[in-house]
Design a protein around this ligand. Structure first.
Ligand code: SF4
Length: 374
């Protein structure tokens, strides 16, 4: 394998194999990788702006039976701190979200053993009746797989009912690393890699926009990361012509503070800033059919995220008015609507507010400079 041959392939938007990705990850000089990824970004996102979003993560319930070893958020059924969010609580949080300029709820929760399809259908319908313009970016493949199992149904039937009730898009949550060896070690109670991909295939059939993620820096090998990228690329290539498919890819690092993985297994996130930037560049290179690559400022911080904008990333994600899951495992970073734009400008780009579908939005006049944390 020669670096220059792989560079030519990458610049021609050809598919690199997982092994070729590993070779570049291990051997290519950082500046060359960043240069190639930057060239690809310029062609895939010619407007050159860096997009960002305002939304709020609200959790439907913290009750979960999946027992992921990196999760400090969940509570077992019957626990004194277990909750299901009430409609009054949603109203309060949505009113605040709108006031702070948000247009969407990222609505996710645990695998509650008693909440089936009718719970989510009723919830989405109620929220849409109360707030017809609010976008619902909801659940994730493991939750859809869990509901499908409870209902003894199919992914297509469950997703069609959720879409009909008000689901606007499906986040790529719970992907971690799409490899069952890894999943057995860190998230045994969640759906397997194949089912995660199959839920996404079903969503793409129904033209539900989705995103894809990767949480790395724990027990996976470098090859497993690149097989994950190849699997995402394959599913994207199967989407019906004209359907949204994966609108973005978002790699982020394992946050280890107080997690079972760290406490019991001694697994810590050892990902360096350089390694994260290399993964961003190689995500751009490995995924020629996914237009938007997002830098996860929440887990790597402002400076590293800014460097990612020169290594293939074109999106800064959301300012996340509220986020509970990653923050509970140590992610300390915060942005406001002003500071996220300042950070993008400092990196040499023009900031642009967007929707979940990457349409440009005007910054609402009602926006207020504040971040709510709980
Ligand atoms: S990450 Fe999600 S599925 Fe896993 S334990 Fe936490 S709430 Fe449950």
């Amino acid at each position: 394998m020669q670096l220059k041959d792989l560079y030519q392939k990458a610049l021609g938007f050809e598919w690199l194999t997982a092994e070729e990705g590993v070779f570049l990850f291990e051997k290519a000089p950082m500046a060359e990788l960043a240069h190639i990824a930057n060239e690809l970004r310029k062609q895939q996102v010619p407007h050159g702006k860096v997009t960002w979003q305002i939304d709020r993560n609200v959790n439907t319930t913290n009750v979960c039976t999946a027992n992921c070893k990196f999760c400090n958020f969940y509570r077992v059924p019957g626990h004194a701190e277990a909750y299901i969010t009430s409609i009054d609580e949603y109203k309060r949080k949505i009113d605040e979200t709108l006031k702070y300029g948000g247009d969407q709820l990222l609505l996710q929760g645990g695998h509650h053993p008693e909440l089936g399809l009718s719970f989510y259908v009723d919830l989405f319908k109620q929220l849409k009746a109360l707030y017809p313009t609010l976008r619902l970016h909801t659940l994730g493949p493991p939750e859809v797989a869990h509901i499908t199992k409870l209902e003894k149904s199919t992914h297509i039937e469950v997703l069609a009912a959720l879409k009909e009730a008000g689901m606007d898009s499906l986040p790529g949550a719970g992907a971690e690393i799409l490899n069952d060896r890894v999943r057995r070690l860190i998230s045994k109670g969640k759906c397997g890699a194949q089912e995660w991909l199959d839920v996404m295939r079903a969503a793409h059939q129904l033209n539900i926009a989705t995103s894809a993620t990767m949480m790395f820096g724990h027990v996976e090998t470098v090859l497993e990361r690149f097989e994950h990228l190849a699997a995402i690329r394959q599913v994207q290539s199967e989407k019906p012509e004209g359907h949204y498919g994966f609108t973005a890819f978002i790699p982020w690092t394992f946050q280890d503070v107080d997690t079972l993985l760290a406490r019991i297994r001694g697994v810590h996130n050892m990902t360096t800033a350089e390694e994260y930037i290399r993964m961003i560049a190689l995500s751009r290179i490995m995924l020629p059919n996914v237009k938007n690559i997002q830098a996860s400022w929440l887990t790597v911080g402002k400076q590293v995220a800014q460097l990612c904008l020169h290594a293939g990333a074109n999106d800064f994600g959301s300012i996340m008015i509220e986020e509970n899951v990653v923050s509970a495992a140590g992610a300390p970073h915060r942005f406001t609507y002003r500071s996220i734009q300042d950070a993008i400008r400092e990196a040499g780009f023009e900031p642009q507010l967007r929707t979940q579908l990457y349409e440009f939005r005007e910054i609402p006049g009602t926006i207020e400079e504040q971040v709510i944390t709980y």
